[in-house]
Ligand binder design. Structure first.
Ligand SMILES: [Cu+2]
Length: 358
């Protein structure tokens, strides 16, 4: 608003001068404008520097990538910023400097310069080559991150839902059991695993589901071991945003996407590196997916292989939570009386629920 008012006043006074025919005043105005061009250039460049100085520390740029693949993303970003930054500074200096230097003067006449083929070719071909190189490097990296993962990669299924993340490991059999969306039940089957017969949905119990480990919100992965995310969505489009690893991938209902990366530091190491004792690798949903979008925080715990094995050994297949009577731990006769009563109750409940569903 202030800028507009100043602009209008300046314009109005200019018209007044023209109407009065005061050539001298016009020349003086011209000089003042030329001076402002230079002042604006210097103030602008200082402003760019100060903004960078004040805000750089708050961006991720000061922290190195926490994944091997992310280093390549950082490289691309740096190259792009160097090229565009250099072009920005050079063109802005020329723009304002020329406006000052070549202001209206009685001593010279403007040179008529309508066209030059060589210059047209140069400023078309040079940016075209630069952009082609950037795009080709980007595509190579994209195909690498989304392509075949190394053989030793840990495969984790990541499913976005309104509003949270569900993770699944293959279990001892090394395969993900089948699933069907109509089997989804938020109480005990958030992924809709086919672990019972259903005549209604023409589904057979898939034994491969029986050892699948299902987790909500927090996922464990291993340092220096590639991890492949197989990404799904239960409802709308979400996005697995991994800013510390410099990667992201959409979670699209009905179309699984994949992404693999190798974490470089454990969560513990990052706590030391960042000096932030509450540090967590976060999965942020990077697509506006509904009114709980802001709360879709997932956590990635990066641990050593030994820690991972110890943690995994403690995990129980989701199947046993849904069908406690199938859990070998519940079939031991030595189980104390009180928990046994609880188990019977929940077993009966599960059975009723199951019958109701069938
Ligand atoms: Cu989301």
């Amino acid at each position: 608003m202030v800028f507009l008012i100043i602009f209008q006043i300046a314009k109005a006074s200019e018209y007044v001068i023209v109407l009065k025919g005061e050539k001298k005043a016009l020349k003086q105005n011209n000089k003042i404008n030329g001076f402002f061009m230079i002042a604006f250039l210097i103030a602008g460049l200082i402003g760019v520097y100060l903004c960078d100085d004040a805000l750089r520390g708050k961006t991720l740029l000061v922290h190195e990538s926490a994944s091997v693949q992310g280093e390549k993303v950082d490289q691309m970003l740096n190259v792009t910023l160097i090229i565009t930054g250099a072009v920005f500074v050079i063109t802005q200096i020329l723009l304002f400097w020329f406006a000052y230097k070549y202001q209206e003067s009685d001593k010279r006449k403007a040179y008529y310069f309508p066209h030059n083929n060589t210059m047209e070719i140069v400023w078309t071909v040079v940016p075209a080559i630069a952009l082609t190189i950037l795009v080709v490097i980007g595509l190579r990296n994209w195909f690498s991150f989304t392509g075949e993962a190394p053989k030793n990669a840990l495969e984790v299924e990541v499913t976005g839902k309104q509003f949270g993340w569900v993770f699944r490991y293959k279990g001892d059999d090394g395969t993900f059991g089948k699933k069907y969306y109509r089997m989804i039940d938020d109480a005990n089957n958030p992924l809709g695993l086919n672990w019972r017969d259903s005549t209604e949905y023409k589904i057979k119990d898939d034994p491969a589901t029986h050892d699948d480990i299902v987790l909500q919100q927090t996922v464990y992965v291993v340092k220096d071991r590639p991890v492949k995310f197989i990404i799904n969505s239960r409802d709308v489009v979400h996005d697995v945003g991994l800013s510390w690893f410099r990667l992201k991938m959409d979670a699209v209902p009905g179309t699984p996407t994949t992404l693999w990366f190798t974490p470089k530091f454990t969560t513990k190491e990052m706590i030391e590196k960042t000096g932030n004792e509450n540090f967590q690798y976060e999965i942020s949903c990077d697509q506006m997916c509904g009114n709980g979008h802001y709360s879709m925080k997932g956590v990635i715990q990066v641990v050593t292989q030994a820690e991972f094995d110890a943690w995994m050994a403690k995990q129980k297949p989701a199947y046993f939570a849904a069908f406690p009577e199938k859990d070998p731990a519940n079939q031991k006769p030595t189980t104390p009386v009180a928990p046994a009563a609880d188990t019977t109750k929940s077993t009966a409940k599960a059975e009723v629920a199951q019958k109701a569903k069938i």
